[in-house]
Design a protein around this ligand. Structure first.
Ligand code: NDP
Length: 339
């Protein structure tokens, strides 16, 4: 059993990973960017595992040097998850790119200085399947990279994930000898939330459940369960064959209508779940004034399919089905009183 560091401990995926690592007997240290989050996080995780008591939390911000040396001190492996993940498209792309890229480099430099070799980075399908010029390929694999120079198909968040992952591999090649890096590239992550504060990707399901999303744009996403993202992180950490590799973690593609249909079937009494489609012209018009709709507008009628063949071999099993992930998000959002 080892001591592992999880950066961005307050995040949706990090909470699942921390619980899984603790349950498997690892010692876990997490980073938070403000001490104010410590107690609430420990309390939220304690509701799921007695071992959450043993979680150590330290402070470190992606945009500052302080704290990272202490965070990596004495750990055997690092899972780097922290990265800004806003739902809206920001006015200045650098607000996302700078912390994502510089933060990844801060973690890697601290790892090298402390002699910690194993680093598993949560990158994203965003670093693989965007910036596409012309027709969408039938299937993306780990060999593909997003073209950040084609801004029409590459929002700032997508650029931030691509640039951060590239910077990490470049660091390892140029000056990070001894660092054993693996990238995990999930698509849209659903599945159970572990505390009511979780927002990010599951927020789209919350909005469908409570009526904040009244109509369904003609867009969709490939879905994966947070439990599989966590499992991929741990399997990669444990398998030397994963060093130097990228792993897409992705189950089926679901249109927003298909997501709503899963929710209708599970919660027929919830009448606010949308049924009507949102015309494309309305999505495009709203996108001019609303950063969140802008993110959806750039996906209208697009279908990106990423292959998860490689991660299934790593895990030795199929992934959790997309519709089960959607139902688990809805069930736990309701349980936590988040909708
Ligand atoms: P969350 O927003 O829940 O988690 C992001 C974490 O990063 C939070 O703990 C947040 O801290 C932390 N963070 C953000 N900015 C900073 C900063 N400047 N300094 C320190 N910490 C910071 O998102 P997810 O759990 O969904 O995402 C985790 C990782 O997975 C991210 O790298 C994301 O890009 C990636 N990913 C997520 C997908 C998804 O669909 N959810 C899909 C593919 C990849 P705080 O709580 O203080 O804001």
């Amino acid at each position: 059993m080892s001591k592992t560091l999880v950066t961005g401990a307050s995040g949706f995926i990090a909470q699942q990973l921390i619980l899984d690592l603790l349950e498997q007997g690892h010692e876990v240290r997490g980073t938070v960017r403000s001490a104010a989050k410590r107690d609430a996080l420990k309390q939220a995780l304690a509701a799921h595992s007695d071992r959450a008591r043993d979680l150590e939390l330290v402070e470190a911000d992606l945009e500052r040097d302080e704290g990272w040396a202490e965070a990596v001190d004495g750990v055997d492996a690092i899972h780097h998850l922290a990265s800004p993940f806003p739902l809206a498209v920001p006015k200045n792309p650098d607000d996302l790119i700078r912390p994502a890229r510089d933060g990844a480099l801060r973690v890697l430099r601290a790892a090298k200085a402390a002699g910690v070799s194993r680093v598993v980075l949560t990158s994203s399908g965003a670093a693989i399947a965007y910036g596409v010029r012309g027709a969408m390929p039938e299937r993306f694999t780990e060999a593909d990279w997003t073209d950040t120079t084609h801004a029409a198909d590459c929002r700032p968040y997508i650029a931030s994930k691509t640039i951060a992952e590239r910077a990490a591999w470049d660091f390892v090649a140029d000056e990070g000898q001894g660092i054993e890096l693996t990238a995990i590239n999930p698509v849209a992550v659903f599945g159970p939330i572990r505390s009511a504060e979780v927002k990010t990707s599951v927020d789209i399901i919350a909005r469908m459940l409570d009526g904040r999303l009244p109509m369904l744009p003609n867009a969709g996403i490939q879905v994966v369960d947070v439990r599989d993202v966590s499992a991929a992180h741990i399997a990669a950490m444990n398998d030397p064959a994963a060093i130097g590799e990228r792993y897409i973690v992705a189950d089926a593609f679901r249109t927003m209508r298909a997501v709503a249909d899963v929710l209708h079937a599970a919660y027929p009494e919830r009448t606010k779940i949308p049924r009507r489609g949102m015309p494309d012209f309305l999505v495009r018009a709203l996108a001019l004034v609303n950063g969140e709709v802008k993110a959806i507008a750039s996906e209208l009628h697009k279908q990106r399919i990423l292959s998860s063949e490689k991660v299934q071999k790593l895990l030795g099993r199929d992934l959790i089905a997309a519709d089960d992930a959607i139902r688990a998000s809805a069930e736990t959002l309701i349980e936590h009183g988040a909708v």
